[in-house]
Design a protein around this ligand. Structure first.
Ligand code: G16
Length: 539
């Protein structure tokens, strides 16, 4: 039976870079989730007669939230919900299912790479009919609605059994519980040369995929072990757990330290890949070797012709402004366009929809192509495996060949975490006001040639977005500052630094960039304003 429940609004339901992301303890407050979901439905003009895709990364509260959303969808007149079995669906698989079924929207219950468990984070990513995250204009509308909502619609009904594949009905709404892996696997088979990768796994090539106890564990077991023939047990941390087994499911050198230790040990396999909570991020490692995400995007682009789906040619490429410029050098050599967009995957979608780009990526361990409208962790790993299968080269050799051809872009991201929001906002405001005064001056031996806010006008919809502040130096180095849009603990200031060396590839990145880090701290007056004399996290 449909019922209308009175509620009072919370005032903190603003969506960030990729949906709403909050502490679990916030989300489990009375009507918190319901308020947000009803506001979303209202803001998009209702969901009567629509089809949505629903799933999550299995984190704490996934099971409860999904039942609430099912009942609210039925009560709001939705026609059909396509749900991953047991409520599981990775973000890239969800985008695929949405596009394949021409669904009107999708909800992925995930706080992505943020920790899970009762003390961790929960989130909802909302995708529109194009398979990608909704525009800032839509998220602004949803936020406005959350501030005034007074009631929501739901059902008095039993929970739906999500373990059973197939169709069932709830108050006139069709629910189809699907295998979360099937469509995704079919798509990967269409893109990559699975026969070549199978042959690679028959040699003594050794491989590890670390799913970080998150959603892509079962995908990895199916795709790498069962279909491609990687040794049983190649997939580590394969079972999705509500608290990710205590791991912070962010595949980088800090949070996937256990994998880094393995790759630097005597037992290191030839290749290791890792994914994040909801399977859209990836990290690539070789024996005692790390591929920076910015380089990975550039290397995949340079090797596009190795992959059956891209062999005939690619459109342009795109990167977020914070990502290193390595891929731009490749684009120039290939004579294709290279777009620079604000951080947030949604900013790539119009470029893909209009066939301006095929590949895109971000420094935050996200890479993908126009096969979906999200970043795709397993796709990136399969791409690397396909190159290795074709060339017989190691991860390190492929990267070194790339540096030899284009030079090396040394790149690191420095995070200053848990800053008071008003301090962080003021810092950015003052830095922006000071940018022009840096031009022509030399700091620690680096002369600033240009400094300006990053402003992007989308060539398709004409929308203008400002995100981040850029400082360029005479020697080709660059600093980018921006505030994170995905944190749940005060503000995080991210400082992205790169330098370019056409011939010396063996310097230590931290050492190489230490002078520029000093400059970055001086220009933004970081120590005085935040009390921090060094970053909390370097990735
Ligand atoms: C989300 C977006 C990414 C973006 C990242 C930025 O990642 O989907 O496109 O790069 O946020 O995070 P921040 O604003 O903290 O730098 P994810 O993996 O959390 O969905």
């Amino acid at each position: 039976m449909i019922k209308t429940v009175s509620t009072t609004p919370y005032q903190d339901q603003k969506m960030g870079t990729a949906g709403i992301r909050k502490k679990v303890k916030t989300v489990i407050q009375e009507n918190y989730l319901e308020n947000f979901v009803q506001s979303l439905f209202d803001a998009i003009g209702g969901v009567k007669g629509q089809t949505f895709v629903l799933g999550g990364d299995g984190r704490y509260y996934n099971d409860i939230a999904i039942q609430k959303i099912i009942k609210m969808s039925a009560a709001n007149g939705m026609k059909k919900l396509i749900i991953g079995q047991n409520g599981m669906l990775s973000t890239p698989a969800s985008s695929r299912v949405l596009l394949k079924n021409h669904a009107d929207g999708g909800l992925t219950l995930s706080a992505s790479h943020n920790p899970g468990g009762i003390n961790g984070d929960f989130g909802i990513k909302y995708a529109t009919a194009n398979g990608g995250q909704c525009s800032s204009a839509i998220s602004a509308k949803i936020y406005e609605r959350t501030k005034e909502i007074s009631s929501y619609q739901t059902l008095d009904a039993k929970d739906v059994d999500l373990s059973k594949l197939g169709v069932q009905h709830l108050e006139g709404m069709e629910i189809e519980v699907i295998d979360p892996i099937k469509d995704y696997l079919l798509m990967m088979e269409e893109i990559f040369d699975f026969e070549a990768i199978k042959k690679l796994f028959k040699t003594n090539f050794s491989f590890v995929f670390d799913a970080m106890n998150a959603v892509t564990g079962p995908y990895g077991v199916k795709i790498f072990e069962e279909v491609l023939g990687a040794k049983k047990g190649s997939v580590h941390q394969a079972k999705p757990l509500p608290d990710f087994g205590g791991l912070h499911p962010d595949p980088n050198l800090v949070y996937a330290k256990h994998l880094v230790d393995l790759m630097w040990s005597d037992n290191a396999p030839d290749f290791a890949g890792a994914n994040d909570g909801d399977g859209d991020r990836n990290m690539i490692l070789g024996k005692k070797f790390f591929v920076s995400p910015s380089d990975s995007l550039a290397i995949l682009t340079d090797n596009y012709a190795q992959i059956p789906a891209y062999k005939k040619g690619i459109y342009g490429v795109a990167k977020s402004a914070a990502t290193s410029t390595a891929v731009c050098r490749v684009a120039k050599a290939l004579n294709i366009a290279c777009y620079e967009v604000p951080t947030g995957w949604k900013n790539f979608c119009n470029l893909m929809d209009s066939n301006r780009i095929t590949f895109c990526g971000e420094e935050s361990f996200g890479t993908s192509s126009s096969h979906i409208r999200e970043k795709d962790g397993i796709w990136a790993i399969l791409f690397w495996l396909n190159i290795i299968a074709n060339t017989g080269k190691s991860v390190e050799q492929i990267t070194r060949d790339f540096w030899a051809k284009y030079g090396r872009t040394y790149y690191l991201r420095f995070d200053f975490d848990g800053i008071d929001t008003s301090v962080a906002d003021q810092l950015m405001k003052d830095l922006e006001a000071n940018l022009k005064s840096f031009e022509g001056n030399t700091y620690e031996g680096h002369r600033v040639t240009d400094a300006h806010p990053f402003v992007y006008t989308d060539p398709v919809d004409g929308q203008t977005t400002q995100n981040g502040l850029l400082v360029y130096f005479e020697d080709g180095a660059r600093i980018c500052y921006r505030l994170s849009g995905t944190g749940t603990n005060g503000a995080t200031l991210r400082v992205y630094i790169e330098s370019y060396d056409p011939s010396n590839f063996d310097k230590d990145a931290k050492q190489e960039l230490s002078g520029l880090l000093k400059v970055a701290m001086i220009l933004a007056d970081i120590e005085k304003r935040t009390g921090k004399n060094k970053p909390d996290l370097t990735t």
